[in-house]
Design a binder for this molecule. Structure first.
Ligand SMILES: Cc1cc2nc3c(=O)[nH]c(=O)nc-3n(C[C@H](O)[C@H](O)[C@H](O)COP(=O)(O)OP(=O)(O)OC[C@H]3O[C@@H](n4cnc5c(N)ncnc54)[C@H](O)[C@@H]3O)c2cc1C
Length: 408
């Protein structure tokens, strides 16, 4: 029997968080095994995932350091301006709203973030995972993983045996590694579905994102870069509805679907035309009670899932990966054990507060805004107006949206 192949870290899940973390570690000289149960090339196909991510400015240096940003197949659309409005279906937005301009933070502030299609991110990730000599990719593959205080053994079904000092669970919300470690999870169902699609429009979006709070849930229009197929003026839509209503809306014929969309979006972009297929994602929140166990660290959606109300789920996962990569790269340079209990405890300490805060903020926002209660509506409208008029408070909100105000 051949001797097991030795790696420093084994990352299970080659999604945006696990894949980027693996590239960052390999760029810093660590040997990394990446295991995904699915084949990677089909994830680049337009029919695999309809989401477009709002990637916050604070996540950018990590994507650049991993080489993923430069491997994106198309330019990303910047978000320079965010409007937050409140209203009722079919009526104009409330007079009280928030208006954020990234330029207000100073000439060097850059945009709030960038819109990147999920499939474009997969193209870049898959290219980097296969280009970096320090990474071995096993996909599609099933792995039997045994974690012990002395190290981790990984048996790839029908393939080689590996060892690593640490295994990283990045398999998304239903993480088998998290379950096998007995880490408890709190789940919050929302009874809401996210309808996702793209729309071409008559007028330019001026790099402006709109978050329109409606009683059924938030409706977001996010500015995309021009597309050769869909045209120069394009936006991504993330539209939250109660699940029963979402099923009805998703089944509408194209003209009625476009009419329902226009009722929520308003007419500021002129005539709209939905392009491509409609997607739907059931929405829930989830929080793992611990981020670590013996030679195991959880990152990304394996550790927490949040409401997409503020487009922060992936950015939160990137912040896990940044914190873990910093600790691992330093420990590797110092010749220390990459799965030592002290290192894992430091990782958990670094990430708990930010993860919990973001869960509470997104959950609170959804509950506060997805309501018809007139008292709550008045209170929050006055709150929005107050934030808009208090410059330091407004600047703090903007830095949070950029991912620059974390407790890291
Ligand atoms: C409608 C919607 C819109 C969103 N918009 C935004 C946004 O604008 N900005 C933002 O920051 N976030 C957004 N999010 C959140 C974002 O999609 C997630 O936070 C992100 O996908 C998490 O990435 P991940 O790599 O942790 O997990 P995933 O994307 O779930 O990737 C998991 C990977 O692990 C693999 N895997 C699964 N099981 C196994 C297994 N047993 N063994 C091995 N591999 C396995 C999968 O094949 C996959 O490759 C949105 C979410 C929704 C639902």
């Amino acid at each position: 029997m051949p001797a097991p192949v030795q790696y420093d870290v084994c990352v299970v899940g080659a999604g945006p968080v696990g894949g980027t973390l693996a590239c960052r570690l390999a760029e810093a000289g660590l040997r990394v095994a990446v295991v995904d149960r699915a084949a990677l090339p089909p994830m680049e196909h337009p029919d695999f995932d309809g989401r477009a991510y709002a990637i916050a400015t604070g996540s950018l240096p990590f994507l650049e350091a991993s080489g993923v940003w430069d491997a994106l197949p198309a330019p990303s659309g910047p978000i320079a301006h965010i409007r937050v409005t409140d209203g009722r279906l079919g009526r104009p937005a409330s007079r009280l709203f928030l208006d954020f301009q990234a330029a207000a933070l100073g000439p060097d502030a850059g945009p709030f973030g960038w819109m990147v299609e999920a499939r474009a991110l997969r193209v870049a990730l898959n290219a980097r995972l296969h280009a970096l000599p320090a990474i071995a990719v096993f996909a599609p593959a099933e792995a039997a993983i045994a974690r012990e205080s002395g190290g981790v053994s990984i048996a790839i079904a029908g393939g080689p045996s590996l060892t690593a000092r640490l295994v990283v669970a990045a398999e998304g919300r239903n993480s088998p590694l998290r379950a096998a470690a007995g880490i408890p999870v709190t789940r919050l169902p929302y009874g809401q579905t996210g309808i996702v699609c793209a729309v071409a429009h008559e007028r330019p979006h001026e790099q402006t994102a709109l978050e329109h709070f409606l009683p059924a849930g938030p409706f977001a229009q996010l500015p995309m870069a021009p597309s050769a197929e869909a045209g120069p003026d394009l936006s991504a839509i993330v539209w939250t509805e109660r699940t029963a209503d979402a099923a009805r809306i998703l089944a509408l014929d194209p003209a009625r679907f476009a009419a329902e969309l226009t009722r929520r979006l308003g007419d500021h972009l002129g005539a709209i035309r939905p392009v491509g297929r409609r997607w739907s994602y059931p929405l829930s929140a989830m929080f793992a009670h611990r981020l670590v166990a013996t030679r195991l660290a959880l990152v990304g959606d394996a550790a927490h899932g949040i409401h997409p109300i503020a487009g922060q789920g992936l950015n939160l996962g990137f912040r896990d990966a940044i914190a873990l990569a910093d600790l691992l790269i330093r420990a590797h340079a110092a010749g220390e054990d990459l799965g030592a209990p002290g290192l894992l405890a430091r990782y958990q300490r670094a990430r708990r507060a930010d993860n919990l805060l973001m869960l509470l903020v997104t959950d609170g926002l959804d509950r506060l805004f997805s309501t018809n209660n007139p008292v709550l509506r008045l209170g929050r409208d006055l709150g929005l107006a107050a934030v808009d008029r208090i410059p330091p408070l407004k600047a703090a909100f903007m830095r949070q949206a950029m991912g620059l105000a974390t407790s890291r």
